[in-house]
Design a protein. Sequence first.
Length: 258
Amino acid sequence: MKRVPPMSLSTRVRCVLAVLDYVCFGVGGTCISVFLLLVSPFLNERCRVLVGMRVLQWSWKLMCLLLRVTRNLSLHVPERAKMVQLRNCIVVTNHPSLIDVVILASIIPGCKLVVKPKLWRWRFLRPILRGLCIINNGDVSYFLQQAEKCLQQGFNIIIFPEGTRTTPGVKSHLLRGAFHISLLTRAPIQPIRIQTDMPFLTKEYPWWYVGEHCPRFSLNMLPPIHASIQPGESRHAAAVRLAQQTAACILDVQEAAQ
């Protein structure tokens, strides 16, 4: 069982408020799913995707607002204006918290997320996931094809190449899927480093624990990385090199890619 340190009264209150935030977000997500499911038969594929993305982005914004109002989230995004302008990019970032995806999707427009195949088992979510996410089902050819199609349509793709949340003190390895996509499509890799001053929605603590003070998240855009295969270099070696270059940007120390 995960243990938490002794909590003050104010922390207990913030924990309760955070749980209420998550409940509101869950109920709202269900309502959005129903809404998109009802209107999807009347829209063509392009409109369905655009409407879904806009509605979901505003839901992400509302979630961040709820957490900020209840003093469970503080954001520092100095390059917010640049993030809003991102197009046709592969956004690669570290993953210190479950809230990362909500923060990024609330800022970056037209983004598609790479999700695990187990979400595809939920028949109710399939119509939504089909247009708004890329399912990584282990079929490399299909995955690259879907990613290339998204980038050609002007969307951004958000990928957490660690594959799971970052564990403090544990060496991380970057998976190479994002870099193979970049080599195939020539889309730029946009590294974003997420830093937080305390654990929040991590593996080490229960999901309801918010810490003794309001967690502060800082998002920093780093120079884009343009993928290329150097003379005499194989695609595999190029992907490893790009993974190492990206790891040096978004992780605490440079890690070797798997």
